[in-house]
Design a protein around this ligand. Structure first.
Ligand SMILES: Cc1cc2nc3c(=O)[nH]c(=O)nc-3n(C[C@H](O)[C@H](O)[C@H](O)COP(=O)(O)O)c2cc1C
Length: 172
């Protein structure tokens, strides 16, 4: 699948087939996603790829019962390490760059997954403290996104976007 096709067909999927996704495929997706940019190439992130069903149940609970986190065979948790950004960029690194960097990583994972014929959904609504406990994160690390990864069990919905001319300004 070409990049533009992946971009055009990526949609949040909230129902997944029970079909397994081999660890090797997940590894390839994550390896490619590491090409994401980050401020000063600090890469202030960690990735927790969760296949364990009990852990996925806990993550689902932490996310207010978003059941598709249990349906999908994998949940990829993207974790920010603010102090790795702060070491070089101070407060701007701690509060802004590490969040932007991890957001870039999330979108890379989602689009690369699509390229492999897989689907995802960016999940940001969860209890961050509980997620940190479930993943046993060291103090200071922040789980910023959960990404269910698997085969879609629902049609892709075309969700409207604001017209470009409403949101873009060209300074020529
Ligand atoms: C920061 C962020 C947090 C989100 N959190 C959730 C979430 O907790 N649960 C969910 O079902 N979708 C969540 N979404 C997905 C959005 O609802 C979705 O991307 C948006 O409605 C556009 O639809 P599309 O992804 O199908 O294009 C989140 C997206 C972003 C970028």
């Amino acid at each position: 699948m070409e990049l533009l096709e992946a971009i055009k067909t990526r949609r949040s999927i909230r129902h997944y087939e029970p079909t397994e996704v081999p660890k090797d495929v997940v590894t390839q997706i994550l390896q490619l996603a590491l090409n994401a940019p980050s401020a000063g190439n600090k890469q202030p992130w960690r990735i927790h790829a969760v296949h364990n069903a009990t852990l996925r149940k806990h993550l689902c609970d932490a996310a207010g019962g978003q059941l598709f986190l249990m349906e999908a065979p994998w949940v990829i948790c993207v974790v920010a390490v603010p102090e790795e950004s702060a070491a070089r960029y101070g407060e701007r690194g701690r509060t802004l760059y590490c969040i932007q960097d991890t957001a870039a990583l999330v979108t890379h994972i989602m689009l690369i997954a699509r390229n492999f014929g897989l689907d995802t959904c960016w999940v940001g609504a969860f209890d961050e403290k509980k997620a940190g406990e479930i993943l046993q994160l060291p103090v200071g690390q922040r789980c910023v996104a959960m990404i269910p990864l698997g085969y879609a069990a629902e049609p892709r919905k075309d969700r409207p976007r604001k017209p470009l001319n409403e949101i873009a300004t060209f300074h020529e």
